[in-house]
Ligand binder design. Structure first.
Ligand code: ADP
Ligand code: MG
Length: 686
């Protein structure tokens, strides 16, 4: 049970003044559903403004506060462009206040013609006109909000404004309880950190790296502790030792022999499976390193020992692909391989459920449908989790621990994360690394090209397709709900469709599963030549005949992501090409990151160097980098603070495994605060 002291933090946001159904939606889009989330919605940066008298006093790009009088409202032409309000300063200089989308309603209300208003915002130039796009504040009096010279800037979603969210954050901060100290006292004193509540309040007020560090440390500590609890729990559980006689593995008829790294990994897995304590192992190997066959060996060992094995894939598409590959490879062994996803219904589903229950199915591949309550196994001995880095291992383990005896777990990931992050993400799992590629891989010719050479790129794709080969075209999509990105992807598809007709298909996250699969199948079967996609193809899709990849706005992707995307090509014997299109105005770091992609194909090196490139300098901003399980700690903080947090957690576990002491209790509170309470639940169970 969550400690009572945290209750005020876990109240729904609609308990706050001014939050109704209308605000809840944009808040939820940012993941802000409870008071706690608002308190931890840390500013992306702070803006400092200067009060100016005349528009001529400001430098372009400067944040200013100025008195302006609207002279004219000019609505968008044919509902497309922005809504503009012309306004003049006291000397008669004109500028433009520009609003996109629904923000125009605000403009109409806030800026009556002929009435002076104080406006705060960033002054830019558009053509030969000065403009402020979406002013941060518009006030009648200079005293109100506008008086604030240093102000936090928060991540927003459509329907929210800076003052709105700042007001809500403020309300959340007023509700913060005082919490007990969970940080090791000597560590805490040495760093001179503020108490928890102060740290949150300070972090919203100004750039205070000490306070932000403390909050990051909390998160890292919670994570380390939870992973250690999982590990300890796992050690104390009873599994079943599985010994294979090699009978099934011996029947395989692979057209190749295992690489040294694959053979070593299989041996490591075999050793783990033979133990009574359930295996908890991560198989880490770059895209194309050959993880599937290692998984098959592991599953066949389980089958040889008379147990069933399950492979969990993150998406429907991947589940089907794994199913096809595994069934084909396993044919000579005679084991029964089945697939079960959320989409299997009726009779087909019934018969699979029956097969799992009576043991006639040896290997089942599927999405998380395979762990639903209605699915029962005769004797599940091994769970393989593919590409699960997005979910967090521990939660998956919860799923996996169905039944009296805990099955062995093998997690597979293609994300080559730096060693420091491996620790953060997977705690103390055992790791097998496939650090050797199967022979005969051709290097991928990677080039960086300016996005405005689009015509050339399309012509290149046309030549490629005309020569009978296939291609991927990837559009960025930071967030599946991002309207602008989706629109851009669809617009690109429309353009390409004009040129390539039925040869091009589109796949993105908002598409109905049936349509998505149909499109994927047309591409995989070679009927369609060009696949336009958002990053849904990131994980696992295997079409060896696709030898060209175009990635738009490549600078917006994480390098690990680019690396994974690029790994979709270069799978066959043909030479493959990857074109990274870059936007204009690339930062120095951005330039170097893309250069690194051109230079190497070693995923581990890319991961390490990307961490270094991004690590420095970007203290604020780029918070939710997507490739870490953290929301508060950024990459630089992870690298710097994780070792201490980890040691702190270790010490606590050694002294007080049951988290029963005063500090232990405080640590429980911490786990709940960061919703790593699955750690606590394990404590109770064990
Ligand atoms: P990933 O690690 O990305 O899941 P896969 O298991 O899909 O990689 O393997 C990629 C390709 O490499 C497959 O076509 C597979 O048949 C092939 N492969 C795997 N192991 C070897 C090997 N030892 N020698 C040659 N080819 C291999
Ligand atoms: Mg794979």
């Amino acid at each position: 049970m969550r400690p009572d002291v945290l209750n005020p933090l876990f109240i729904d946001t609609d308990a706050l003044d001014g939050v109704g159904p209308k605000l809840k939606k944009p808040l939820a889009k940012l993941g802000l559903t409870r008071v706690r989330d608002l308190a931890y919605h840390l500013p992306e940066r702070f803006v400092t403004r200067r009060v100016i008298e005349s528009l001529e006093d400001a430098a372009e790009g400067e944040n200013v506060i100025i008195a302006l009088t609207p002279t004219e409202h000019r609505p968008a032409r044919n509902n497309r462009g922005p809504y503009r309000v012309f306004a003049q300063d006291s000397a008669g200089n004109i500028c433009n206040l520009t609003y996109f989308g629904r923000a125009s309603f605000t403009a109409k209300k806030q800026l009556p013609v002929g009435e002076k208003r104080w406006v705060a915002g960033k002054l830019d130039r558009y053509g030969d006109m000065l403009q402020i796009v979406h002013p941060d504040h518009v006030e009648k009096e200079s005293s109100a909000n506008i008086g604030r010279m240093c102000e936090p800037v928060y991540g927003l979603s459509e329907g929210l404004t800076q003052p709105r969210i700042a007001g809500l954050v403020q309300q959340a901060l007023e509700r913060l309880p005082e919490l007990p100290g969970w940080i090791e006292p000597t560590q805490f004193d040495k760093e001179g950190w503020p108490a928890w509540r102060d740290a949150l309040q300070l972090s919203h007020k100004s750039e205070n790296s000490n306070a932000r560090d403390r909050l990051a440390y909390d998160e890292l500590l919670a994570n380390s502790l939870a992973l250690m609890l999982v590990r300890a729990d796992n050690r104390s559980r009873k599994g079943q030792p599985l010994q294979g006689d090699g009978g099934l593995r011996g029947k395989l008829q692979l057209s190749y022999s295992l690489t040294g790294a694959q053979a070593r990994s299989v041996r490591e897995i075999e050793g783990d499976l033979a133990q009574e304590a359930p295996m908890l192992r991560l198989l880490q190997g770059d895209v194309g390193a050959g993880k599937t066959v290692v998984a098959l060996y592991a599953m066949l060992i389980a089958n040889e020992a008379g147990k069933q094995a399950a492979l969990l894939a993150p998406t429907e598409i991947l589940a089907r692909q794994h199913f096809d590959t595994l069934r084909q490879m396993a044919t000579p062994t005679g084991v029964e391989v089945a697939i079960l996803t959320g989409r299997d219904k009726g009779k087909a589903r019934e018969s699979i459920l029956m097969g799992l229950l009576d043991g006639s199915i040896d290997i089942v591949v599927g999405t998380h449908a395979i762990f639903q309550d209605t699915v029962n196994y005769k004797d599940l001995g091994l769970v393989v989790i593919d590409e699960q880095h997005r979910f967090g291992v521990a939660q998956r383990l919860q799923l996996a621990s169905k039944g009296k005896r805990t099955p062995h777990t093998l997690a597979m990931t293609a994300t080559p994360i730096p060693r420091t992050l491996t620790l953060a993400q997977y705690g103390e799992m055992d790791v097998s690394r496939l650090d050797e590629m199967p022979p005969g891989r051709q290097p991928i010719d990677t080039r960086v090209i300016a996005q405005d050479r689009m015509e050339d790129v399309i012509a290149g794709v046309a030549r490629h397709v005309a020569s009978g080969q296939q291609a991927y075209w990837v559009c960025p999509m930071v967030n599946e709900s991002e309207v602008a990105d989706l629109a851009a992807a669809e617009a690109r598809y429309a353009v390409l469709k004009e040129r390539f007709g039925d040869d091009v298909v589109l796949v993105h996250g908002q598409l109905k599963p049936e349509l998505k699969d149909a499109a994927m199948e047309r591409f995989a079967s070679g009927q369609a030549k060009l696949l336009v996609a958002t990053t849904v193809i990131e994980v696992g899709v295997d079409v060896p005949a696709a030898t060209l990849m175009v990635i738009e706005q490549a600078e917006r992707f994480g390098l690990a992501q680019l690396h994974q995307l690029r790994g979709r090509v270069g799978r066959g014997s043909e030479k493959s090409v990857c074109l990274l299109l870059r936007g204009s105005g690339l930062s120095e770091t951005g330039r170097r990151r893309l250069a690194l992609m051109r230079e190497t194909q070693d995923g581990f090196r890319i991961a390490e160097e990307d961490l270094e490139l991004r690590g420095g300098g970007e203290l604020l901003g780029t918070r939710q980098s997507g490739d870490t399980p953290f929301r508060v700690a950024n990459l630089e903080q992870i690298t710097r603070l994780l070792p201490a947090a980890h040691a702190d957690a270790r010490l606590l576990m050694e002294r007080d495994r049951g988290l029963a002491s005063g500090r232990g209790q405080a640590a429980r509170t911490l786990l709940y605060l960061f919703e790593r309470d699955w750690g606590v639940q394990l404590l109770r169970g064990g």
